[in-house]
Design a protein around this ligand. Structure first.
Ligand code: CO
Length: 134
């Protein structure tokens, strides 16, 4: 059911220094910073030949990544995103298998303007999983 690894998201305390580390130290192609007020994050994308890294930092008062950063002050891997062809079919299959979908279970439009869902980390080896319909 799941397809390609779309991205790995890393929450960082200092986006500018993380961008510099990826561009200068690791030699990667790094996008500009984009504030995503609807998602409570500022994002930067690192383009790799086979996937993307999404650097995130909290934006605003109710950021979904603020607690993560409080628990992991130097940053860390926050979620991984797998591509699916049909997000509603994927959700129904997962719910039928007993997995928990976060929120109200309805796909939201994610940071890439595609429908996404998040799955409870306790059901997936301690990893927060994002599904994105591509
Ligand atoms: Co993501």
């Amino acid at each position: 059911m799941i397809g390609r690894l779309n991205h790995v998201a890393i929450v960082v305390p200092d986006l500018a220094s993380a961008m510099k580390m990826y561009s200068d130290t690791l030699g990667a192609k790094v996008s500009d910073m984009v504030d995503q007020p609807a998602h409570g994050v500022t994002t930067v994308f690192i383009d790799l030949p086979n996937t993307k890294i999404e650097l995130l930092r909290p934006l605003g008062d109710n950021s979904p990544v603020a607690n993560f950063l409080a628990r992991n002050p130097s940053g860390g891997i926050h979620h991984i995103c797998y591509e699916v062809e049909d997000i509603l079919a994927a959700r129904d299959r997962l719910v039928a298998a007993g997995a928990r979908v976060l929120g109200d279970g309805a796909p939201k439009i994610g940071a890439h303007n595609k429908p996404v869902l998040f799955l409870h980390p306790k059901d997936f080896c301690g990893t927060l999983i994002e599904l994105e319909q591509v």
